[in-house]
Design a binder for this molecule. Structure first.
Ligand code: AMP
Length: 216
């Protein structure tokens, strides 16, 4: 049994395995995974007032304004109540981090440090059947006939934003955006960095860290 409520933020680039790690942590340690992107997308699907506001920013590849995101996330944290949680996708800038700090005491900021070339290589092997959204990973989850969708036989394509030069640019932008946030939390002594190429390589070290911190 864990004796302490554990409030953490997880920070990792797109394709770093952040979603998988967050799910593993929550499955094994009984905490709530609070993902800003998921909350916003669900609101868009349900066509709520928040969803309608967020939609235009997300579609334009822009951040949703701080006031909207912060209000939404703090409300979700209140709903979660007296339980451990992991924030994923929030805070994305110093203003959001300060708003969070004013309300909550964060115990740890977990950062995933995965080399860019590893992420680019992983995403490079992802092919999709655009009409259905079915995803294939070449060399790992291959279609039955190379280049064709299993169900319809139609050609597979690569998402424009999964192409190596686009992914490389997205990773650079992500680093530019998140470095000040990581530096801000480092000054507060909260950052635990996990370096590695794969989730299965990182996970045992993360488990040790969590056991230590959650029982502290
Ligand atoms: P994600 O799934 O985390 O990549 O988020 C998808 C989109 O939601 C982002 O491209 C932003 O437009 C928006 N978003 C997610 N988190 C935040 C945040 N903390 N602040 C502002 N916008 C956000």
């Amino acid at each position: 049994m864990y004796t302490k409520i554990f409030r953490a933020v997880i920070i990792g680039a797109p394709g770093s395995g952040k979603g998988t790690i967050s799910e593993l942590i929550c499955k094994n340690h009984g905490c709530v995974h609070i993902s800003t992107g998921d909350i916003l997308r669900q609101n868009i699907i349900k066509n709520t007032e928040l969803g309608r506001k967020a939609k235009e920013f997300i579609a334009a590849g822009k951040l949703v304004p701080d006031s909207i995101v912060t209000k939404t996330m703090l409300a979700r944290i209140t709903e979660v109540g007296n339980r451990s949680y992991i924030l994923d996708g929030f805070p994305r800038n110093i203003a959001q981090a300060q708003a969070l700090e004013a309300r909550e005491q964060i115990d740890a900021v977990i950062t995933l440090d995965i080399p860019h070339d590893v992420i680019i290589d992983r995403v490079k092997h992802r092919w999709i059947h655009a009409p259905s959204g079915r995803v294939y990973n070449i060399g790992f989850q291959d279609p039955k006939v190379p280049g064709k969708d299993d169900v319809t036989g139609e050609p597979l394509t690569q998402r424009e934003d999964d192409k190596p030069h686009v992914v490389a640019r997205r990773l650079e932008l992500y680093d530019e955006l998140m470095s000040p946030v990581i530096a801000w939390y480092k000054e507060k002594g909260l950052v635990a960095t996990f370096k590695g190429k794969e989730t299965k390589e990182i996970w045992p070290r993360m488990e040790l860290f969590l056991r230590d911190r959650m029982n502290a």
